[in-house]
Design a protein. Structure first.
Length: 436
């Protein structure tokens, strides 16, 4: 039920890329690219030095990116396992095993070429970093694909992140509250659109995850989104890496510092999804004067893990229950989970904060999924119960069931999210505590 990011190489983009790859991560990237890149409107991508031609960076990521692009351009038809192993780090194959073996990677690349033909290099989704890039490719029919790539700090640099995806929107910072902002030795990427107060701030994922919703809300009020550092999407995140492991306090500190560095006007209506919903609860408790309203989108309850294992205990053999508990408390390898978020500590921090400083009365809408996730039915009743408890965080909180949605309500029933945010914004403007 929690936000567990499991992505496949989407069939809509790369043919038979179904359930083969899971999100990956990389070591901390250097903070400044060696090559200057700027947005080129004609190709809707960032290019280095000149818009006339898509060229590769001279930084360590460049040579391996050149090899990857050549495979998508057609060379993968004769690719061998030995060649794959020569370009990827040994740790990559150790961590992923058969899930991402050389044979699997070859099959995926060859399947992409067979399905869509050769893909040509267009540019980048954002200015590439020293060891990371999100490159955009396009076939003869104009279909775009992106590939996130990250390389090791070794010499030569080897691939440790390789993640094709549907090409996201190329976001170009516009206005005083958009762009890369230094929060103390790290830069986070922020996108703000629209005007008027209060400012809606999305918490969770990347700016591109909220792109459509944000565009629709912009005529109504100011709305902002930002890229998490160490995103589950790896180099797809435009923000720079942060030290790990991390907890909810780190996310609250990041967002607070980012809004302050960018001087984004308050008050804020926070709209948080899943783990992001947990972080918004902690933010509202920690900075009560800044937060005027909340929209929790299938948000994690501060006691979810604790109560989840209480529900499971009588249903499972003791050794199975104990193994699951240990597993839930153990962070995955950084290549599999670059965020490295300690959710047990995060939930505990939020519980303690809410006990010390309960949320002040404010407009609150809680959106809960109504379509059960397959295979977790014993926990559905608990999730619904906890969503009801979230709605009672303030006296006039409202619970809405998204009957046609699983966990990602913002993608499956975006109108519900739009309506909830607009209701809370209108209530804040009117000085009401009840969402309209």
């Amino acid at each position: 039920m929690t936000r567990i990011r499991i992505r496949t190489w989407r069939t809509a983009v790369v043919g038979l890329l179904v359930a083969l790859l899971v999100t990956t991560g990389t070591a901390a990237a250097a903070t400044a690219p060696a090559d200057t890149a700027h947005y080129c409107k004609k190709v809707d991508a960032y290019r280095i030095r000149s818009c006339a031609k898509a060229i590769l960076p001279t930084t360590p990521v460049g040579p391996q990116l050149a090899w990857v692009l050549a495979q998508f351009a057609g060379e993968a038809t004769t690719l061998t396992e030995a060649e794959v192993r020569a370009h990827f780090s040994a740790e990559y194959f150790t961590v992923w095993g058969q899930e991402r073996s050389p044979e699997v990677l070859i099959g995926v690349l060859q399947g992409a070429i067979a399905e869509f033909g050769p893909l040509g290099f267009v540019g980048f989704s954002y200015p590439p970093r020293t060891r990371e890039a999100l490159a955009i490719m396009q076939n003869a029919m104009g279909m775009r694909v992106a590939v996130a790539i990250g390389v090791t700090t070794t010499r030569p640099a080897l691939i440790e992140v390789f993640d094709p995806e549907a090409a996201p929107a190329t976001i170009v910072p516009k206005g005083p509250y958009s762009g890369w902002f230094d929060i103390g030795g790290r830069r986070l990427f922020l996108r703000c659109t629209g005007h008027r107060s209060p400012t809606v701030v999305f918490e969770g994922g990347r700016t591109t995850d909220w792109y459509q919703l944000q565009n629709r809300l912009a005529p109504f009020t100011r709305v902002c989104s930002y890229d998490h550092p160490n995103s589950p999407y790896g180099p797809s995140s435009r923000s720079e890496h942060a030290p790990t492991p991390r907890t909810a306090r780190d996310f609250v500190a990041d967002l607070h510092a980012l809004l302050r560095a960018a001087r984004v006007p308050g008050p804020y209506v926070l709209a948080g999804h899943s783990n992001g919903g947990l972080f918004t609860q902690l933010y509202a408790s920690t900075h009560p004067r800044q937060v005027a309203g909340l929209v929790l989108i299938d948000a994690v309850h501060p006691a979810y893990r604790k109560q989840r294992f209480a529900v499971l205990k009588p249903l499972l053999p003791p050794e199975v229950w104990e193994a699951l508990l240990r597993e839930s408390m153990t962070l995955l390898h950084p290549l599999k989970d670059p965020e490295q978020v300690d959710m047990w500590a995060s939930e505990r921090q939020t519980r303690e904060a809410l006990r010390r400083s309960p949320l002040r009365p404010m407009p609150l809408v809680v959106l809960a999924h109504g379509r059960p996730d397959p295979g977790v039915n014993p926990l559905e009743q608990l999730w619904r119960q906890l969503q009801q408890e979230l709605a009672r965080l303030v006296p006039a909180g409202r619970l809405v069931i998204a009957t046609q949605s699983g966990h990602d309500i913002q993608h499956e029933q975006p109108e519900l999210v739009l309506d909830a945010i607009q209701d809370v914004v209108l209530a804040v403007r009117a000085g009401d505590l009840v969402p309209h």
